[in-house]
Design a protein around this ligand. Structure first.
Ligand SMILES: NC(=O)c1ccc[n+]([C@@H]2O[C@H](COP(=O)([O-])OP(=O)(O)OC[C@H]3O[C@@H](n4cnc5c(N)ncnc54)[C@H](OP(=O)(O)O)[C@@H]3O)[C@@H](O)[C@H]2O)c1
Length: 341
């Protein structure tokens, strides 16, 4: 048996039963799966959203968690990329049981070697947000990775620069050579965004186009929306340049009017970090991205984004981490680190 944290009822995080300490059978790896002994996990809005959405009583406990660092304990018979003892980090698949467990199965192809110079807590903060930011910038906005000369002529606006994804996206866009404008609304988040390579910071609680114009920009080449797409859509359409590119990672509650982009011939794309593992294609690209991110962190090119660590790994601390993410005002990332208690 192994320790885990899960729930059987969708309850508010203030309820002690919203996440509970449980015991589950320890799984065994087959095929391309690694069995990972999880040492630290991070919490993302996908955790709080999945926990909070739904009314039914579950027959089996649901284990959340899509950000982990740990050590490979055993491998399936088709595994070629890792061996027992390797320190790994990954986000995992939305279809499978999550990382809030002492042991977790994960497909080796969506796993990276953990950054050597980062602590477990620092490394656990990285996978989901860096995969999302990387795929959005380089796969969906099609920013050319190895063409700094072109990128230096371009500007990106990142809406929500201080959250988990924004903290990585600002750094990665700057690394690619693009001028970065990001949004934040509080003194601490404004400071954080500047420290993560935004040249200009706009306040997303005030109209954005007027602030963009006041900063000397008529429009921008790229917009990456990381919060409240409905709320920002009209402004996005106004601020993007003709033939520009827009990507979003947040679902919209109301319909968005794509016609607002028609005259500008601007391109709109969704990013969903789980698409590849959900539909089972291009899996190895996520392992490759994580290995590249680990190299950039170890080289000091990227800074880790950890701002809060809770320990030990138990339901009480995970509930605290969920409450912080649910506040909607996170700066960087919160992690719950082992030992398991
Ligand atoms: N599609 C995907 O693959 C994917 C992956 C990861 C996340 N997501 C989604 O992307 C969103 C961001 O994720 P995250 O982990 O970065 O979230 P997060 O860390 O919880 O974001 C917190 C930040 O959001 C900012 N914010 C709050 N209201 C805002 C608004 N109206 N406009 C702009 N910014 C606002 C806050 O800034 P202030 O406090 O300064 O206002 C805060 O710093 C979430 O909705 C999440 O579900 C999607």
């Amino acid at each position: 048996m192994m320790k885990a944290i899960g729930f059987t009822q969708h309850l508010p995080i203030t309820d002690g039963h919203s996440l509970e300490d449980i015991e589950l059978p320890k799984p065994a790896p087959t095929g391309h799966d690694l069995l990972v002994n999880v040492q630290a996990v991070s919490v993302n809005p996908v955790d709080t959203g999945t926990r909070g959405a739904g009314h039914r009583q579950l027959a089996q406990p649901k284990v959340l968690g899509w950000d982990a660092v740990g050590t490979v304990d055993a491998v399936g018979d088709q595994v070629t990329l890792f061996q027992p003892g390797d320190r790994v980090f990954y986000a995992g698949s939305y279809k499978r049981s999550g990382s809030d467990a002492e042991y977790q199965l994960v497909d080796e192809r969506i796993v990276g070697h953990a950054p050597q110079k980062l602590t477990d807590a620092q490394a656990a903060a990285v996978p989901l947000t860096s995969l999302t930011a990387w795929e959005a910038l380089f796969e969906k906005l099609h920013i050319p990775l190895d063409d700094r000369q072109t990128n230096q002529r371009h500007t990106i606006l990142i809406i929500n620069g201080a959250g988990g994804v924004g903290s990585m996206a600002t750094q990665l866009a700057d690394w690619a050579g693009i001028h970065v404008i990001a949004t934040a609304s509080q003194p601490e988040s404004i400071e954080w965004v500047k420290n993560h390579h935004a040249e200009i910071v706009l306040n997303h609680r005030q109209p954005l186009p007027a602030q963009l114009h006041a900063a000397g920009y008529k429009n921008v080449d790229y917009i990456l929306n990381l919060s409240h797409l409905d709320e920002h859509w009209a402004e996005i359409a106004e601020m993007i340049r003709p033939d520009g590119w827009v990507a979003a990672i947040t679902e919209n509650r109301r319909g968005i009017d794509l016609q607002k982009l028609t005259r500008k011939r601007a391109t709109f794309a969704w990013e969903w970090m789980f698409s590849k593992s959900w539909y089972g294609y291009d899996l190895a690209s996520q392992g490759a991205i994580l290995n590249r991110i680990a190299g950039l962190l170890d080289a000091g090119t990227l800074q880790d984004t950890l701002t809060k660590t809770l320990s030990p790994l138990n339901a009480a601390n995970l509930r605290q981490a969920h409450a912080l993410v649910e506040s909607g005002h996170m700066i960087g990332k919160v992690v719950v680190a082992g030992p398991w208690a």
